[in-house]
Design a protein around this ligand. Structure first.
Ligand SMILES: *[C@@H]1O[C@H](CO)[C@@H](O)[C@H](O)[C@H]1NC(C)=O
Ligand SMILES: *[C@@H]1O[C@H](CO)[C@@H](O)[C@H](O)[C@H]1NC(C)=O
Ligand SMILES: *[C@@H]1O[C@H](CO)[C@@H](O)[C@H](O)[C@H]1NC(C)=O
Ligand SMILES: *[C@@H]1O[C@H](CO)[C@@H](O)[C@H](O)[C@H]1NC(C)=O
Ligand SMILES: *[C@@H]1O[C@H](CO)[C@@H](O)[C@H](O)[C@H]1NC(C)=O
Ligand SMILES: *[C@@H]1O[C@H](CO)[C@@H](O)[C@H](O)[C@H]1NC(C)=O
Ligand SMILES: *[C@@H]1O[C@H](CO)[C@@H](O)[C@H](O)[C@H]1NC(C)=O
Ligand SMILES: *[C@@H]1O[C@H](CO)[C@@H](O)[C@H](O)[C@H]1NC(C)=O
Ligand SMILES: *[C@@H]1O[C@H](CO)[C@@H](O)[C@H](O)[C@H]1NC(C)=O
Ligand SMILES: *[C@@H]1O[C@H](CO)[C@@H](O)[C@H](O)[C@H]1NC(C)=O
Ligand SMILES: *[C@@H]1O[C@H](CO)[C@@H](O)[C@H](O)[C@H]1NC(C)=O
Ligand SMILES: [Cu+2]
Length: 594
């Protein structure tokens, strides 16, 4: 019997065999004790008028309020699915604590790195960081790694509202658990009664993250397949299929959620996974999509949503159940789109209506579903609530191809724009871009950057259109920092210039890049306005693909960066301790660094 069938059809009650502390440390995610979230608080707003219904606003109210957090990053041992393993925790929690704020707040997070032998950073996925490009949390891009034993204070504006996540950007460290959800309360264009909060859907590996990366760099590469799939950091595992030497407890306990009959629930789906794109559904229920990434969209109904790695989808779910009812929530690791098939791709959680026995096993049936592609809903189904029209012609258009090479040592490496990326942790691109003695060159040329840093610049062009093509038969969940860019078109073969919804194309910060097929290479055409000086990575969010080079840096408005006097000071806060630490410790940069 497969694990999933034994969970779905088992005879006993769904009682967790391990305590929440054993499975998730100090985290409450996935338990019925996890707090419900609140709503947008407009009372603080000093810009007037500004209300919960100002859904067309494009700039945040200035709140004057700072939300402060104090986090310690450290190693620990937990058993999220019953298999005990070494992880990296935020304040002892997996998944990490909720970062919540109102739109327009200042967020200040003190991050103390207590990992004894590795640097770290925290990236705030999807925030624009306009005016604070040194707070993006990218080692070798916007900062040096935070050295073991040192602290860095991230401070930035909650410039977007909706759902996101934070994660380490250092090597594949987030695969070890260093991530958590972000909720920014803002105007609401669709009403709901109950905010269930984050629902994190992600694959899970039993070996240590470093071993997963090591196997990628073997010759020939020997990629490890995901061992399990989790919802809010929890799932069961069949211990007779264990492939590592670790203690294993069956029936560790799955996630559970409370629903109320007749009420509308908001679920904030997040994929913080390492490889697997997820198909999410709740048996018998309809999902109304209201936001993709940080972009509110005109509501549309569907039974299944596809959430790629790094993406978020906010859905409203009408409580169709009666008192005492229980339903299965499901998230399937999309096998059609996986580079390596997962050992156990099916995650489930229990949805319990008022009065239900929360240890009872739901008896509901999944929607039948066959995978036909590895893309989000068609571009024309998704219309942003706040309309924005791209300029009638972009200032510059560039094609960037994704491919691979086998290098002189027989290593398989991904390439983007012709080169495989590799970072230098001691020399962030942003620091070089503001190096006053080098700035005349930096403002004009990429020649001062080593080739494998993959630095691209478009000078002072006001808008940039990128035709990203993929020559390989594997799809990629791509993420671009610093922008909510437009997605103009996607397909295979040659783009004919047609733009979907030309007056208001979908915008987001993470997209699914299709695979090459019989028609030809895949293409996705994106466009952004060059209004955010900084160093913005554009990369695949599959941890192993980014580690093997599927990554470029876009150096935006180098002319303005070279004149910013604040940058050297911010960078020395991490680079001084890091340079000191690395002068007496060998940094084992096994992968690209990201
Ligand atoms: C666990 O896996 C073993 C070996 O594949 C299989 O024989 C057994 O039926 C599975 N048990 C359950 C409860 O799924
Ligand atoms: C996991 O291993 C650690 C370290 O060996 C131990 O302290 C902890 O009790 C174990 N937890 C479980 C659930 O086995
Ligand atoms: C927002 O609009 C709804 C429906 O039009 C109304 O019931 C509600 O009072 C409004 N809220 C605010 C804060 O204006
Ligand atoms: C498995 O781990 C245990 C505890 O760390 C150790 O005593 C044992 O030798 C290991 N077994 C194998 C086969 O590596
Ligand atoms: C998810 O997997 C289950 C099998 O566990 C299957 O019945 C269901 O149709 C799948 N749903 C989707 C959306 O892929
Ligand atoms: C899925 O594919 C099978 C086999 O081709 C077919 O019988 C079934 O009707 C399909 N289901 C859906 C929901 O499309
Ligand atoms: C989107 O485009 C597809 C194919 O081009 C078409 O079949 C579909 O009706 C369109 N949907 C909407 C909502 O316009
Ligand atoms: C091939 O790539 C690996 C990983 O980046 C690197 O360690 C190795 O030196 C490269 N070999 C050559 C010949 O460039
Ligand atoms: C800054 O530029 C000078 C002169 O080109 C060079 O010697 C120095 O290494 C550069 N520093 C950095 C951090 O790039
Ligand atoms: C920028 O580079 C181009 C081509 O290399 C050169 O012609 C031009 O003079 C440079 N401009 C500046 C300001 O350095
Ligand atoms: C726009 O970008 C192109 C391609 O990088 C470059 O050749 C051109 O000089 C840029 N124009 C300006 C005004 O910076
Ligand atoms: Cu990829």
């Amino acid at each position: 019997m497969s694990l999933i069938n034994s969970i779905l059809k088992g005879a006993s009650l769904l009682t967790a065999a391990l305590s929440q502390t054993s499975t998730n440390g100090l985290s409450l995610w996935g338990t019925l004790d996890a707090p419900l979230l609140s709503f947008f608080d407009t009372t603080f707003s000093t810009t007037s008028p500004f209300g919960a219904n100002d859904t067309l606003a494009t700039t945040p109210p200035w709140s004057g309020r700072t939300k402060t957090y104090d986090w310690t990053i450290s190693r620990g041992y937990i058993a999220p699915d019953g298999v005990n393993k070494s992880v990296i925790l935020v304040n002892g929690q997996f998944p990490g604590p909720l970062l919540e704020a109102n739109w327009g707040d200042t967020i200040q997070v003190t991050v103390r790195n207590n990992i004894p032998d590795e640097g770290t950073t925290v990236h705030w996925h999807g925030f624009l960081q306009k005016g604070t490009p040194w707070m993006d949390g990218v080692p070798a891009g916007s900062q040096c790694p935070i050295a073991p034993g040192s602290t860095f204070v991230y401070k930035f504006t909650a410039d977007q509202y909706g759902t996101s996540w934070y994660h380490s950007h250092y090597s594949s460290q987030y695969s070890a658990g260093l991530f958590g959800p972000i909720v920014i309360y803002g105007p609401m264009h669709a009403d709901y009664d109950i905010d269930i909060g984050p629902v994190m859907l992600h694959d899970w590996y039993h070996p240590d993250y470093y071993e997963v990366v090591e196997r990628l760099f073997a010759v020939p590469p020997d990629p490890l397949a995901a061992n399990n799939n989790l919802i809010n950091g929890k799932m069961d595992f069949n211990c007779s299929q264990l492939l590592v030497n670790a203690s294993c407890t069956p029936n560790a306990g799955i996630s559970k959620f409370s629903f109320q009959s007749g009420k509308t629930h908001r679920l904030r789906l997040i994929n913080p996974g390492s490889e697997g794109n997820q198909r999410f559904s709740i048996d018998g229920h309809t999902l109304t999509v209201i936001a993709v990434d940080f972009v509110p969209v005109e509501p549309y109904d569907t039974k299944v949503v596809y959430v790629g790695v790094g993406q978020r989808t906010d859905v409203l779910v009408k409580g169709i159940g009666k008192t005492g009812d229980a339903y299965w929530m499901r998230s399937n690791f999309s096998q059609l789109c996986a580079s390596s098939p997962s050992h156990q791709p099916y995650a489930v959680a229990g949805v319990y209506y008022q009065g239900a026995n929360t240890n009872a096993r739901p008896g509901t049936t999944a929607y039948p579903f066959n995978e036909t592609n590895c893309l989000n809903d068609p571009l024309n189904t998704t219309t942003p609530v706040v309309p924005m029209t791209p300029p009638s012609g972009p200032a510059v258009t560039q094609t960037i191809n994704i491919n691979y090479i086998i290098n002189g040592s027989g290593m398989f490496l991904f390439t983007m724009g012709g080169n495989s990326f590799r970072a230098d942790y001691n020399t962030p691109v942003l620091l070089v871009a503001t190096n006053s003695s080098a700035s005349p060159a930096a403002s004009n040329a990429t020649s001062i950057y080593p080739t494998d840093w993959n630095v691209n610049t478009f000078g002072t062009n006001s808008s940039v259109r990128l035709i990203i093509t993929n020559s390989i038969t594997v799809s990629h969940p791509m993420h671009f920092h610093g922008h909510n860019f437009w997605i103009l078109a996607e397909g295979n073969g040659n783009w004919d210039g047609t733009i979907t919804n030309p007056s208001n194309p979908i915008r987001r910060d993470s997209f699914l890049m299709g695979a090459s097929n019989a028609v030809g290479p895949a293409y996705t055409v994106i466009e952004y306005i060059s209004d955010n000086p900084g160093v913005w990575p554009l990369h695949c969010h599959v941890a192993g693909h980014s580690s093997t080079g599927l990554y470029i840096n876009i150096l935006e408005r180098p002319d303005l960066l070279s004149q910013d006097p604040q940058i050297p000071g911010y960078l020395s806060e991490t680079c001084d301790p890091w340079n000191k630490w690395t002068s007496s410790h060998l940094v084992d940069e096994i992968d690209s660094g990201e």
